[in-house]
Ligand binder design. Structure first.
Ligand SMILES: Nc1ncnc2c1ncn2[C@@H]1O[C@H](COP(=O)(O)OP(=O)(O)OP(=O)(O)O)[C@@H](O)[C@H]1O
Length: 429
């Protein structure tokens, strides 16, 4: 059988059950009565409401499809799982990593009052660790015995704490085991772009419910490498250079007093004293088929079609998903064609300099019109190499965290995907 169980859930005190399997329709397509052409790896969800069985397939883009045949093997698997539950409840062991400093500094209070009761009621066994400083979450996920949290690591905070956790996991020697541990996100940070863009979730209670449901969504991971500095950093959201990374740097000065609106204040100050950013950018466009996951260490061969751009750029953004921001208008989607698991990155180059151009870009972005601007270049890529040739800044923002390193930075997909706890949010839903 070409199916493996991804998660399961038995609701307490009811006869309802729900099971999720990963499936690969290309392995045994004849078993599936109808499957979508574009499905690669998806999930089959069987759920029962006491009497009816309502099997559904979610393809890799999160769309729902009917599945007419219910395999007997699913049913027997379901029965054996029921046996392993206690009082109709399956216990799940997770590690909770909480950044007490994130957002307005109330993540601890929000977690304990609103989220913990939901998880406890659903039978989660939790070790809750509050981070003491930056870097603590990375050290934890790098060193933790994964047997103590087989059902997930739940990050409470912003995109930064998730970034630390994945950087710890992806640096482990037992990487295969590490990437099988799903990541949950309770969004209490200043901006939780990952949870909002990929899962369609922006509040902690919805996030807790999504975690309880037990679905998982695979996401690509990108890596930024600075060969000269012998440094590499993983990310799930975006890498940025130019104006945005300068705003990130400045905004840290205002974290204590202004919380989430620090980005707006720093953006305004930077806007009024806008420097000129000069870069050399080379990118390898995505041609034809989706890039294979293990093609991540893209060899830089001359015969490949690298495209070169040199000059002034207000900003350079390399996006792994649509990059919506919780703080902007709903229509603000930085990389509207980006898909979180399509094996490619979306590059946005904002050419030129000057406050007027920045203002036009910012307003157009709010209304989702930025891609039609003549000075904006948007392209799907396999890899991007960015070299700062000016003196204005050297920082690179990755998932909202600033990294300083000398020399060219190369951004490409990592060989592994990670799993997020929660179901992919479909467009228009
Ligand atoms: N206890 C702590 N004290 C100070 N900084 C911390 C602590 N724990 C984590 N950090 C650091 O705080 C930074 C921001 O964390 P996080 O992303 O969770 O919150 P946020 O900045 O409010 O949200 P966002 O990144 O989405 O804007 C990260 O760089 C992280 O390393």
């Amino acid at each position: 059988m070409a199916l493996s169980r991804a998660s399961d859930l038995v609701y307490k005190n009811t006869r309802q059950w729900r099971q999720t399997f990963k499936f690969s329709p290309f392995i045994e397509p004849n078993r599936v009565s109808y499957y979508p052409k574009r499905a690669r790896i998806g999930q089959l969800v069987l759920q029962s409401n006491n009497k009816t069985v309502d099997p559904l397939i979610y393809d890799s883009r999160g769309r729902k499809h009917c599945f007419k045949e219910v395999e007997a093997e699913f049913m027997s698997s379901k029965c054996s799982d029921d046996d392993s539950s206690t009082n109709g409840q399956v216990s799940r062991k997770v590690l909770v990593v909480l950044n007490p400093n994130s957002g307005h500094g109330r993540s601890s209070q929000i977690f304990r009052s609103k989220v913990q009761p939901i998880l406890q009621h659903a039978g989660f066994e939790m070790d809750v660790i509050e981070t003491a400083e930056a870097g603590h979450a990375l050290a934890l996920s790098y060193t933790i015995d994964l047997m103590t949290c087989p059902n997930g690591i739940i990050c409470v905070g912003g995109d930064g704490i998730v970034n630390e956790v994945i950087n710890g996991l992806l640096r482990r020697k037992d990487i295969d085991k590490a990437i099988s541990v799903p990541i949950g996100i309770i969004p209490t940070g200043s901006d939780n772009s990952l949870a909002w863009s990929v899962l369609g979730i922006k509040d902690p209670v919805s996030a807790a419910n999504a975690i309880v449901e037990g679905d998982v969504t695979s996401v690509d991971v990108f890596a930024v490498r600075w060969v000269e500095a012998n440094l590499m950093q993983f990310g799930l959201t975006a890498a940025c250079f130019g104006f945005v990374s300068d705003v990130l740097e400045l905004s840290e000065n205002y974290r204590k007093y202004f919380g989430p609106i620090r980005y707006l204040i720093a953006g305004l100050i930077k806007f009024l004293s806008l420097p000129r950013y000069i870069f050399e950018v080379e990118y390898l466009p995505l041609t034809g088929e989706k890039m294979k996951q293990n093609d991540a260490s893209v060899p830089r061969r001359e015969e490949e079609n690298w495209v070169k751009r040199k000059g002034e750029f207000i900003g350079i953004l390399v996006c792994n998903h649509a990059c919506k921001t919780v703080q902007g208008l709903n229509s603000q989607i930085v990389a509207p064609r980006s898909v979180h698991n399509d094996g490619s990155l979306d590059l946005l180059l904002v050419h030129g300099s000057g406050w007027w151009r920045l203002l036009v870009f910012y307003i157009a972005l709010q209304f989702g019109r930025h891609l039609s601007l003549a000075f904006v270049e948007y392209v799907k890529v396999k890899s991007v190499k960015v070299t700062s040739t000016g003196t204005t800044q050297k920082g690179c923002g990755i998932d909202g965290e600033l990294i300083y390193a000398d020399g060219p930075a190369t951004c490409s997909l990592a060989p592994h995907q990670l799993k997020l706890l929660g179901h992919h949010h479909r467009k228009g839903k």
